[in-house]
Design a protein around this ligand. Structure first.
Ligand SMILES: [Fe+2]
Length: 336
């Protein structure tokens, strides 16, 4: 019975994190007061219904009516560096808080750590106390608002790290990347009512609420999550370089502003050639991708020629749209 409840909760969490949809507020696993005395009921309620809800409302607003609407939360996070600040901050805010609620439980409702996670922790941290210390250092030395994390890295090891604002280690902007299995919110809104500026006291308290059974489930799920492979494969700098030029020129052409592409058509062609000659990560190695790369170079070349000979704007626009469509066959993403 207990197993079924945990499984249903995990499936719900997974659905909320991965499906393409209007995002919605998850329920807490326990009543607001159940986390006392470590976190007070008022903080839990405001944190969930005001702060977390605001990230969700703003995320839905930011993706509504754009191509991003069809992307899962993980896909929004993976390429956060290419998104608007609204998408990056609010997608991060939604993911981070959902994980935070999931791994917290009152002391008498917490489950045991699994043998698998304990072995992995012993290997990396020797002892649970040294993991706690590392997390505390990551959280207390972090200047300003942010998160402390325990992550599974692409080479399937455990690591402690931190990020600023609502960034997280899934994002391409993070220095240390991987799938978080435990996250601690170190924004003041997480503790100010009870602890004021005493972040250290809050960290000691929140440590008492970690449900190691949930963290263990997250660990196993992360090891088998295809997202880990996507993060590992997210090492195609040439596609990011091309995307930047495309994003900074295409959207202007859409609005009939041709100045950016007139200035950068040669650069875009050069980046397309670099992209087509680069080492393609395993996850992209499909015949359609190779064909699309050849097509992209051809179209960027034609676009550059049209720009250089000062062709009619409608021809430039048509070619730009062709190159943009071809690029999205490869990338499947669009800056909103
Ligand atoms: Fe928060």
């Amino acid at each position: 019975m207990k197993k079924n409840i945990i499984l249903s909760f995990y499936l719900l969490l997974l659905a909320n994190l991965t499906s393409a949809q209007q995002f919605s507020l998850p329920s807490l696993r326990f009543e607001y007061h159940a986390y006392e005395p470590y976190i007070d009921a008022q903080t839990m309620e405001i944190h969930l219904t005001k702060h977390h809800q605001t990230y969700i409302t703003n995320l839905n607003k930011a993706v509504s009516g754009t191509k991003l609407e069809k992307l899962s939360l993980n896909q929004l996070l993976l390429n956060a560096g290419m998104r608007s600040d609204a998408v990056r901050n609010n997608a991060g805010g939604h993911y981070n808080h959902t994980l935070f609620w999931q791994i917290l439980a009152p002391e008498n409702k917490q489950g045991e750590i699994s043998n698998e996670l304990r072995s992995a922790m012993d290997l990396e941290f020797k002892h649970l106390d040294s993991l706690k210390k590392k997390l505390e250092v990551a959280a207390t030395k972090h200047f300003g608002s942010g998160w402390a994390w325990l992550i599974v890295t692409p080479d399937k090891k455990l690591k402690v790290t931190s990020t600023s604002n609502q960034d997280n280690p899934i994002m391409d902007v993070a220095k240390e990347r991987g799938i978080p299995i435990l996250g601690i919110d170190v924004w003041e809104h997480a503790y100010y009512l009870k602890y004021q500026n005493k972040r250290g006291d809050y960290l000691n308290s929140v440590w008492q609420l970690i449900d190691w059974k949930m963290v263990s489930s997250n660990y196993l799920a992360a090891l088998n999550d295809t997202l880990l492979q996507e993060i590992a494969d997210d090492t195609w700098p040439e596609i990011k370089e091309f995307h930047k030029v495309m994003a900074q020129t295409f959207h202007s052409v859409e609005k009939n502003d041709f100045l950016p592409i007139q200035a950068r058509s040669g650069e875009m062609l050069a980046k397309a050639i670099l992209l087509s000659e680069s080492v393609i990560p395993m996850s992209y190695q499909k015949p359609e991708i190779k064909t699309a790369l050849i097509k992209l170079v051809k179209e960027c070349n034609e676009l550059d020629k049209l720009v250089k000979k000062n062709a009619k704007k409608i021809f430039i626009k048509t070619k730009m749209f062709q190159a943009h469509d071809t690029f999205h066959l490869i990338q499947g993403l669009c800056k909103d």
